[in-house]
Design a protein around this ligand. Sequence first.
Ligand code: MLT
Length: 265
Amino acid sequence: MGFLTTRGLRLRFREAGSGLPVLLFHAFPLSGAMFESQLAALSGQARLLVPDVRGFGESSGGEGPATMDALAEDALALLDHLGVASAVVGGLSMGGYAALALLRRDPGRVRALVLADTQVGADDDVARGGRETLARDLLREGTEVLMERLFPHLLGASAPESLRASVAAMVRASSPAAAAAALRGMALRTDSRDILSRFGGPVLVLVGEEDVITPPAKAQAMARLASSSTLVQLPRAGHLSNLEASALFNQALSEFLKPLASATS
Ligand code: MLT
């Protein structure tokens, strides 16, 4: 674990393993803690770098909307700080939006992409309006608003009670200001179909079969768009597929990283 100061923010990151760098952005409104299982399972074959994105976990928040570009720039500052020239870059849901923003800002830093339970398009006006309403309600009423409106959709039907409790604790630990800033930032994101279709490196697309926020059809569309992609649909998992089907998720990620790691060494 470490901290980095960049553009007035103090960002916390987790780091485990050595070799091929793999940067993972977490989902909204959670923290890098959601990738603990991946850090434990994959640190034997790669160097995992998992920031708490601005305002979440132990990272401080910035001014205004937390745009996906800002999240990408924070992560590029982390790569610079660690002397990492290029990495496998990925994320789950909001994390996928940030990974695609990083690809747009600095494609030369991206060896391969991991897009989990996410989507490549921008919000339409209805979705943008919904995010703004949620942001305002959150700022007025606090994080219980997220428990009522978002939490019920995060996990699949078969998620055990213990997982529900730990995800609920992560949601409740988020700050209303940071969550509102991230909602406004997600609403501003651009359509990334152009950069995904231009990307020549390997792309792993993962999705929980029961994901109702970014359903399998969106993952299938991303996999079709990328020139070299592998699509893995995880049974008995919802939107947080890395937590709900961690063994299969880790296995797919491990298989994806193997040839990249041997090309590095
Ligand atoms: C997430 O899980 O990061 C969010 O639900 C993504 C979104 O709201 O688009």
